[in-house]
Design a protein around this ligand. Structure first.
Ligand code: M6R
Length: 364
């Protein structure tokens, strides 16, 4: 049932404050200022390396997790798409944890990669939305997302819930490895607990995003730029737009622009820049200026301070609530989803059932 919404995708976008709160609720203990995961049968503190494997949007959630795990737990993380991982003779050593991320828990390549990692002696952790799925059954450490059934082929609420779980996982691993003080953990838990309200505040920009969708819908190509943990969001934004509006889009690490893609820039290529205030803001903005100097039309997604500082010469700006850089990827997912949604509606495509795509890809 779509409720009052025109499409399942929009309904699922709007469910995010609630389902992210539900998901965080099962991993955070806000009163104690602690994260608590289900206790695995193996010793998490003994993990020396994490290998993340997934496909599509779930892979981008995994990319964000790599930043978090390395930053907080100081454990090296490797990440690969499932269809590559299996066929490249990955080196799987003792003390390795393989972490699989999947909404459905049935994606053929991810499942095959899981079995490959198990044969290679890895402990298996699974972040999955369907609790009865095959991957859920085969996990040593099951980390469910509580997004509820996701009907739209374009993944939205599953993604933000995956991020919520992965953030909790990173913090828990960091604590177990003795890399996080109780005070730091308390601070992080407080920031994570702010995510649902920040998502809600981000949803308030729906009308503003809808209003600019018409101009993006005319484009043949769109670029998305981000840095650090917001770089995967650029990739996710481009995937979402491609999937449902059929407009060609690419996501790039903002600093990679001048190594090639900047050649594409002219006044016909909108560039969506994801730049929350924080340690990487100035660097991203200087890449944005390189785009503008070549006539590129920029849509800047930032917070009030960021837009006050850098929003002047943009085609449009989208103001996000000011959030801690840790939760920015969760909050900045919202405008990226809404933009793809409204552009697809302008183009009149079948938003919930885009051509050539299936909700669950159970063939290799
Ligand atoms: O069920 P999974 O999370 O394993 O699915 C992975 C991808 O097929 C999926 O994320 C796909 O990229 C979505 N259609 C993206 O919106």
């Amino acid at each position: 049932d779509k409720g009052n919404h025109r499409h399942f995708m929009l309904k699922e976008i709007y469910e995010q404050p609630v389902v992210v709160a539900q998901t965080l609720g099962s991993y955070l203990r806000p009163l104690e200022g602690r994260v608590s995961l289900p206790v695995p049968e193996f010793d998490l503190a003994g993990i020396r390396r994490v290998t993340i494997v997934a496909c599509g949007t779930s892979y981008y959630a995994g990319m964000v997790a790599k930043y978090w795990i390395e930053r907080f737990a100081r454990v090296p993380v490797e990440i690969d798409v499932a269809s590559e991982f299996r066929y490249r003779a990955p080196v799987l050593e003792e003390g390795g944890l393989a972490l699989f991320v999947s909404q459905s828990g049935e994606t053929a390549d991810t499942l095959a990669a899981l079995r490959h990692a198990r044969e290679g002696g890895q402990k298996i952790a699974v972040v999955v939305n369907v609790p009865t799925s095959t991957m859920a059954r085969e996990a040593d450490l099951l980390l469910p997302t509580h997004a509820g059934p996701e009907i739209g082929v374009a993944s939205t609420k599953a993604f933000t819930c995956q991020l919520a779980v992965l953030a909790a996982f990173a913090v828990n691993l960091a604590r177990d490895k003795g890399r996080l003080s109780a005070e730091e953990e308390r601070r992080i838990v407080r920031h994570l607990a702010e995510a649902p309200a920040a998502i809600n505040a981000a949803l308030a920009y729906d009308d503003a995003i809808e209003a600019m969708a018409g101009s993006i819908a005319q484009a043949r190509d769109v670029l998305y730029l981000g840095r650090g943990p917001d770089y995967p969001l650029a990739l996710e934004g481009a995937l979402k737009l491609k999937e449902i509006s059929y407009i060609h889009a690419e996501g790039y690490a903002a600093g990679e622009m001048k190594h090639g893609p900047i050649a594409l820039i002219d006044e016909h290529v909108p560039v969506i820049v994801l730049a929350p205030s924080g340690p990487l803001f100035e660097k991203t903005i200087s890449n944005m200026h390189e785009v503008q100097a070549r006539g590129g039309k920029v849509v800047l997604i930032s917070d009030y301070d960021g837009i006050a500082e850098a929003g002047d010469d943009c085609l449009a700006t989208i103001t996000m609530p000011k959030v801690h850089p840790l939760i920015a990827p969760i909050v900045y997912a919202i405008p990226v989803q809404l933009l793809a949604y409204h552009v697809a509606v302008v183009k009149g495509t079948d938003v919930d059932q885009p051509r050539n795509l299936a909700k669950s890809v159970t063939v290799e």
